[in-house]
Design a protein around this ligand. Structure first.
Ligand code: COA
Length: 330
């Protein structure tokens, strides 16, 4: 293992809405079935926020847990970076609402729109800021209220998505070998229209037409996205391992983006990772985009599958297209 970490995660917290929506709930009004959803995606249920549950509130809950674990107070934070594509409002960034809720008045705050890799992109920003001497205590988040941008009448997407938030404090590595060993980021904007929201942005602002056409919701060409995801995640895994100087045998747990169990299985197979060393919780949460990996890490820590010093391979893919991968020693 050759890489020396610059930055390390010192605390992690997660939050999900209480409301559980099962496949049977979709069967009541969509032409779908529990069997189809489980066989094609691995999803059994997801957490969906109520109308009065904001993204900022989910972020607040996750953040306070992460800060408590790291022993970091609100005034210690110098930067808040939130990866999300479902901000509470188009303006300002939800990171600013979170900054106010936390009382983190010494922190700069901004959102990153990198879709599912949003938290990995946030980690890269935190590591870069720390390397440049620009920050020492960064609150990174991946959080989504995807239910607010999902067309609940579209069976091709409605059953896939869920809501949740993950937060992690990133600080300079202490020299004990723990921390981020490598990060790989990438994007291919030529494939943007395979997974996008056509209306409601500045190109086609909100109007009666946008609402009637339901073009303010996510549209996805599932099969094409599936293929691109498998290829990009395989390549990103290889690159992160090579950059870290880590072999797959040295990885204790692979934590892939939870979009589809079949994508996870294909990614693990390419990497030569047995499924016993792959974190899967898509059955409970569906695809929560940027929240997916921190939620999975949080559960793995709770279950004792990640311990101090464990080597993790994180890998993710999403709209943009964007992708990202990380090797880190926990
Ligand atoms: N219930 C029942 N049938 C459904 C359905 C649902 N919820 N959603 C789609 N179908 C149908 C389709 O209409 C299609 O019917 P047809 O053959 O009559 O046209 C059939 O199932 C097969 O569709 P297809 O899109 O080929 O299925 P798939 O095996 O590719 O699975 C996804 C669909 C969306 C689950 C899968 O493509 C996927 O997971 N894609 C990637 C998702 C992803 O990663 N997105 C985000 C990146 S973060």
């Amino acid at each position: 293992m050759s890489a020396t970490p610059i930055a390390a995660i010192t605390g992690l917290g997660t939050a999900v809405p209480e409301r559980v929506v099962t496949n049977a709930d979709y069967e009541k009004y969509l032409d779908t079935s529990d069997q189809w959803i489980v066989e094609r995606t691995g999803i059994r249920e997801r957490r969906i926020a109520g109308p009065h549950e904001s993204l900022a509130a989910l972020c607040y809950t996750a953040s306070t847990k992460a800060m408590a674990e790291a022993g970091v107070g609100p005034l210690d934070l110098d930067t808040i970076v939130l990866g999300t594509v479902s901000a509470d409002r188009r303006l300002p960034a939800t990171a600013c609402d979170l900054q106010a809720l936390l009382g983190a008045r010494n922190a700069a705050a901004f959102d990153i729109a990198a879709a599912c890799p949003g938290w990995i992109y946030s980690l890269a920003v935190a590591e870069g800021f720390i390397a440049a001497g620009r920050a020492r205590k960064v609150l990174t988040l991946g959080a989504e209220k995807l239910s607010s941008i999902t067309d609940m009448k579209d069976r091709g997407t409605a059953v896939l998505f869920g809501d949740g938030a993950g937060a992690a404090i990133v600080e300079p590595a202490t020299g004990d070998g723990r921390g981020i060993l490598s990060i790989v980021l990438g994007a291919d904007g030529n494939l943007a229209d395979l997974l996008y929201i056509p209306g409601g942005g500045s190109a086609d602002p909100v109007s009666l037409k946008v609402v009637e056409e339901r073009s303010h919701f996510i549209r996805m060409a599932g099969r094409e996205v599936f293929k691109a995801a498998v290829l990009a995640m395989a390549r990103a895994s290889d690159e992160a391992l090579a950059k870290a100087g880590v072999t797959i045998d040295e990885v204790d747990l692979m934590v892939p983006h939870q979009a589809n169990l079949r994508i996870i299985e294909a990614t693990a197979k390419h990497a030569g990772m047995p499924m016993s060393k792959v974190m899967v919780n898509i059955d409970r949460f569906g695809n929560t985009s940027a929240a997916s990996i921190p939620l999975a890490i949080g559960q793995a820590v709770e279950e004792g599958r990640i311990k101090r010093g464990s080597v993790l391979l994180l890998v993710t893919f999403g709209a943009g297209f964007t992708w990202g991968s990380v090797v880190l020693r926990w």
